[in-house]
Design a protein around this ligand. Structure first.
Ligand code: B1M
Length: 211
């Protein structure tokens, strides 16, 4: 079994204490950080499928999530580049009612590495909390809303519409997350959509140019 395959197997088994060392070993053997990250993202898909089939339950999903977070911590310095030139502040959070944060954290990391200062509001973020953060932060140019549940897509809609109706200006709003599509982003009035963390950073840079 290759080191990356070992990372995947241990992540899927929720071995949070073993995954960081295996990620480091994979790097030491010459694997690219982006390939290890993609392997871990694929593993979370496997975990999701096992959950859908009733083969595992919420505690196992949570352990896998912890293992992924620990693994990403090892990769973080390699994935985040030079962050010295600021393109403004990005406020990001997972919308109200939703506790999924791995994808949001990856998006935050890639947006930071694209040159933004990031204010991460965490998970279960109400529309009011987004507004408060936009008002309190300096030079906000991007607001990012993440959502993983079909049941919280309405919260995403409410968040975007509350931000748009607030009269606050000078920034663009990006949405994303597994159930979100470009069509949905258009429907709820978001300025941009991105399917993954890398393209979220590209989209953020593109949208800031249009300000
Ligand atoms: Co949950 N969960 N979960 N879960 N969970 C999913 C999302 C699910 C698809 C699993 C399944 O049934 N197959 C399903 C949702 C079904 C649906 O609504 N369509 C589900 C469910 C049902 C639930 C609960 C309701 C289960 C229950 O309690 N019965 C519950 C809800 C809790 C809540 O939020 N209120 C729940 C709980 C949890 C845990 C807490 C145990 C844990 C999350 C821990 C954590 O995040 N810290 C968890 C996990 C781990 C998952 C799966 C297995 C993995 C999610 C993940 O991290 N993926 C997930 C199955 C799956 O995704 N296949 C599942 C890896 C991550 C890198 O991808 O988050 O998609 P993702 O992010 C991507 C893109 O989406 C995009 O870029 C990221 C990187 O490329 N992206 C953006 C994300 N945000 C973006 C923002 C952007 C742009 C792009 O711009 C701002």
């Amino acid at each position: 079994m290759s080191k990356i395959e070992e990372v995947k197997a241990r992540l899927e088994a929720g071995k949070a204490k073993l995954v960081p060392a295996l990620v480091q070993e994979a790097l030491d053997e010459g694997s690219e950080a982006k390939d290890i990250l993609q392997a871990m993202i694929d593993s979370m898909g496997v975990v999701g499928d096992q959950f859908s089939k009733g083969e595992i339950f919420v505690p196992e999903m949570l352990m896998a999530a912890k293992a992924m977070t620990k693994g990403v911590d090892v990769l973080r310095p390699l994935l985040v580049g030079d962050t010295s030139s600021s393109k403004g502040t990005c406020i990001i959070g997972t919308v109200q009612g939703d506790l999924h944060d791995i994808g949001k954290n990856l998006v935050a990391m890639m947006i930071e590495s694209a040159g933004f200062d990031v204010v991460d509001l965490g998970v279960d973020v109400s529309p009011a909390k987004f507004i408060e953060a936009i008002k309190e932060s300096k030079n906000v140019t991007i607001v990012g809303c993440s959502g993983l549940l079909t049941t919280t897509m309405t919260a995403m809609k409410e968040t975007v519409q509350t931000i748009k109706a607030s009269g606050l200006t000078g920034f663009r709003v990006i949405v994303g997350g597994a159930p979100v599509t470009q069509e949905y982003a258009n429907e709820i009035g978001a300025d941009g959509f991105a399917p993954d963390a890398g393209s979220a950073a590209v989209k953020a840079v593109e949208l800031v140019k249009s300000l």
